[in-house]
Design a protein around this ligand. Sequence first.
Ligand SMILES: C[S@@+](CC[C@H](N)C(=O)[O-])C[C@H]1O[C@@H](n2cnc3c(N)ncnc32)[C@H](O)[C@@H]1O
Length: 422
Amino acid sequence: MATKSRIAELSAIISTNTAILDDYLTSNNLPHPSFDAATSPSPRYPPDAEAARVAIEEATAELNELVQGPGRLLMGSQPAIFAAKAFISKFDIASFVPAEGTVSYASLASKTRINQGAIEALLRHAIAHRIFIEPTYGHVAHSAASKLLLNPQAVLAGKAFADDFFPMTASIVPALATYPHADEPTQAAAAVANGVANQKSFYDMLADHPERSKHFHETVAMAGTFPGLSWKYVVAGFDWISLPPGSLCVDVGGGHGEAAFAVAKEFPHLKWVVQDTSKSFENRPQVPDGMQVEFVEHDFFQPSPETTNNAAVFFLRWILHNWPDQYCHRIWRALIPSLRTGTKILVMEELLPMPGSVPNAFERGLRSMDVGMVALGNGRERDMEQWKRLFAEADGEGRFNFDAVLKPEGSQLVILQVTWKG
Ligand SMILES: C[S@@+](CC[C@H](N)C(=O)[O-])C[C@H]1O[C@@H](n2cnc3c(N)ncnc32)[C@H](O)[C@@H]1O
C-alpha cells in the first residue's frame, strides 16, 4: 500500500480535529470561530477541545507553508504588517471606529491629521490580515481582532509595541552590523533605535520617557494574565510552605509585585521585599490589606542592602533574559553579601528546548522572545546547558549550586532552583 504523502497526512489531521472541535462547539451551543466583530475575544476550551484546536493550528500552518513552496515561503513574509499594527496602536485608530457602524477614511484623516492615502495603505493592509473590515468602499468597521484593540490592556501593549518593540526589532540588523560582538546592553538594537548607542541600556533609556515606561511596565505586569504566564505558577513552582514563619523572600526586579502578592496571598507566613527602580513602581497596585509586602527601590547591579541579609529566598522572574552573561554575573554577585549557606535563588524564565523538539507554534513563540531579548539588551533566552554554565560561572568559584528545574503543569516558564553553598 502506498504511504500517505505529508499533505494527505496533514489533511487527515485537520479533518479529524476539526470534527472534534466542531462537535464540542455545536454540542455546547457555543459560537464557532469567525472574523466577525460579534465573536467572543479569546475562547478557552477544555483540554480535549484545546488539543484539537492546537493540532488544527499546527497542521494548517504546516500545510499552508508546504503548498506555498520554498520560494513563496522565503519571500512571502510582509514586514509592512508590523508597521500597520504599530500605526493602528500609536494613533488609536480602533477608538475612532464605532462599535456598530463605520467611519470613513476621510474622517480618520481629519481626526489623526495624517494623509488619507497613507492611512488607506496601512489600514487596507491590516484589513487583508483580518484587522478591521471595509464593508462599503471607503468606510472602515471593526472585525473581531480590531475590536480587541479597544481593551485598555491591549491599548497599553499596542503602545509598547509601537514605541519600543517594533522599532527595536527593526534595528537589530543595523545594531549587529555596527556592534557585531552583541555583548553590551548599550549596543543593542533598543539603544540604536533610540539614538543612545554606547550611552544607555533599554531600561536607562526608558527612564527618560515616562509614558513609554508606563506602557512597558504595565504590559509586562499584564503578561501575568496570560494562561501560561499566570502568577499561580509562581505559587505552585516552589515549596513555599517549607519556609519557617517570618522568612524573608526578595523579588529582585519584581516590577509591580504581582509575584509577591500571589505567594503572600497563599502563604501569609512569609515576608516579601520587592526591589526595582522607582520608574517601575509608578502606577503599581497598592499592597492588599494584611499582606507583608514592602517595595524598596534598589539597583540590582549594586550590592543587595543589609536589610536582605537573612533572606531565605531571592526570586528573579524574567530578569536574566534581558542581560548578556557578564551582566547576569554582576546581578548575582551583587546578591553575595546577603547570602547565607542554604539561601535559595529561584530563577523563573523560559527554558529553550532543543531545536525542533516542541510544537512549531510554541517554538516560534520562544524563538521570537529570544530575538526580542537580543534586541532589548543583547540578552538571551537560554537552554539548560547555558543556564547551568551561567550559574556555575556566576561567582568565579562555583558556589552557586544548581539543584533542580521545576515546571508547574501548564506553565510556560520554569523555575531553576539554585542554592548558595557559601
Ligand atoms: C521583564 S521585567 C520583569 C518584571 C517582573 N519580575 C515580572 O516577572 O513581571 C524586568 C524588570 O527588571 C527591572 N530592572 C531593570 N533594570 C534594573 C536595575 N538595574 N535594578 C533593578 N531592577 C531593574 C525593570 O524595571 C523590570 O521591572
